[in-house]
Design a protein around this ligand. Structure first.
Ligand code: NAD
Length: 113
């Protein structure tokens, strides 16, 4: 059902990219953006043990585009972002323990990308 609001809707008909779109926040945001009429592209690596899961977009899977890609890919990401009006960057390595054990990976995903 479309979202009814007196607020201006900057997302209707706009191309919106959500990285980490199969995670907790990204998938909930995706649902909201779909209801606001946005053209939504979800970019997620689905790295095992991280928070991404296709189950999170159950119900909106036919109304979004999903691209399984890694935000650390310097070649693929610019292509995916071409023509985007908005980017929500919610891809993240969220484990504190993993960040201690492998700080290079943590920095590459959470900062460098
Ligand atoms: N959930 C919270 O309460 C909360 C609070 C404050 C900040 N945050 C931050 O918001 C962001 C999203 O949090 P979340 O709770 O949705 O986490 P989440 O783990 O549910 O989602 C993160 C998503 O990023 C994806 N991802 C990880 N590495 C990737 C990569 N290299 N390329 C592409 N996708 C990748 C994962 O597959 C996952 O779907 C994180 O940066 C987190 O630190 C979350």
């Amino acid at each position: 059902m479309p979202v009814r609001s007196r607020q201006p809707n900057p997302f209707a008909g706009r191309r919106v990219v959500v990285t980490g779109g199969l995670g907790f926040i990204g998938s909930n945001l995706a649902g909201r953006l779909v209801r606001l009429g946005a053209d939504v592209l979800l970019v997620d690596s689905l790295i095992p043990q991280y928070g991404g899961n296709l189950f999170n977009i159950r119900g909106i899977e036919r109304r979004v585009t999903v691209n399984i890609a890694d935000v650390r890919d310097p070649h693929g990401l610019p292509h995916l972002l071409r023509g985007a009006d908005f980017l929500f960057n919610l891809a993240g390595q969220t484990s504190h323990m993993d960040s201690m054990e492998n700080p290079g990976t943590d920095l590459a995903i959470n900062c460098e990308a």
